[in-house]
Write a protein that binds this ligand. Structure first.
Ligand code: HEM
Length: 273
């Protein structure tokens, strides 16, 4: 069905706007719940074992992990995990319009701290990736490194545009930065959605290699970025474009919800209970 035909069938652009917005809000609400679960996991697993002085427990999960004698690597890892929790908590707060409107000073300060935290977490992640053995093969290292570099670029752009008071463009770059920072979370959620949908680790090798892992190493942030660009365009598109995009965002939310449940049941809950 062409856009023109759909536009004639549904002459209410206002309704289409509302449906598109509702799809975005639904996506964000589900993502918020899933990211809250991730922060809880980071705090309860890594934070609790650190407070008990049992850093070795981290190695139940990590491949590089806590290593005797590697002071710089261990400090970088501990800082990375702490910043990971802070950044995952602070990001969604920036995107809630009511908070932006009611507490603009909080939005400015949380925004600065978010950007600095995201940059430091990415630099630490890059250091860990290229100085230690990690999960998966070279494609994973390259994929996550590109993710880290893109975080640096988008955070810098969002910051610069805020200083120039170009708030529309600032908001778009801040949302790109948010999705990129969520890349590691999307990776886990995407992995579990795939495993659940296929009833097994199809395309995932024993050493955490294989075609699906290679695909997800890049797809975990490039797909969300592509969906966001489509969403931005749909905001200026006709009724049909808005409705199709709302349907797509609804579908993505469903897959994401499945992945969140999978990650909670398969990865996070068993490690904290
Ligand atoms: C900025 C958002 C990021 C968050 C929220 C985040 C979160 C995490 C978490 C929670 C872990 C522990 C693994 C787990 O329990 O699932 C971890 C480990 C790690 N992350 Fe990140 N990360 C981020 C960015 C990055 C980036 C950009 C890189 C690389 C360029 C990176 C590289 C690593 C490495 C190498 C480890 C340690 C793996 C090991 O020791 O086996 N992270 N990260």
């Amino acid at each position: 069905m062409t856009t023109a035909v759909l536009d004639r069938q549904n002459p209410s652009p206002l309704l289409a706007d509302r449906i598109l917005k509702a799809a975005g809000v639904l996506w964000f609400s589900v993502a918020l719940a899933g990211q809250a679960a991730f922060v809880l996991y980071i705090g309860l697993f890594y934070g609790r074992s650190a407070m008990a002085g049992d850093y070795g427990r981290w190695n139940d999960v990590l491949v590089g992990g806590w290593r005797a004698g590697d002071m710089i690597g261990n400090l970088t890892l501990a800082l990375h995990l702490l910043l990971a929790a802070v950044v995952t908590l602070g990001g969604p707060l920036q995107l809630i319009p009511a908070i932006r409107r009611r507490w603009p000073a909080f939005h400015r300060w949380n925004g600065r701290s978010y950007m600095v935290t995201a940059i430091l977490a990415s630099l630490g992640g890059l250091y860990l990736t290229w100085t230690r053995d990690g999960a998966g093969e070279l494609a994973m290292q390259i994929g996550i490194s590109l993710n880290g570099i893109l975080i640096l670029v988008c955070a810098a752009m969002a910051w610069r545009l805020a200083l120039q008071k170009r708030f529309d463009a600032h908001r778009r770059w801040a949302m790109r930065a948010f999705l990129l920072v969520s890349g590691v979370w999307f990776f886990r959620v995407g992995l579990m959605a795939w495993v659940l949908a296929n009833q097994g680790p199809v395309g995932i090798g024993e050493d955490f290699d294989g075609p699906f892992v290679r695909f997800l190493a890049f797809g975990c942030y490039l797909i969300p970025l592509a969906v966001l660009e489509i969403y931005f365009r749909a905001q200026r598109a006709g009724t049909a474009g808005k409705l199709i995009t709302a349907g797509m965002v609804g579908g993505v939310t469903l897959v994401m919800g499945l992945g969140i449940v999978g990650a909670m049941m398969g990865m996070w809950l068993p490690r904290v209970t």
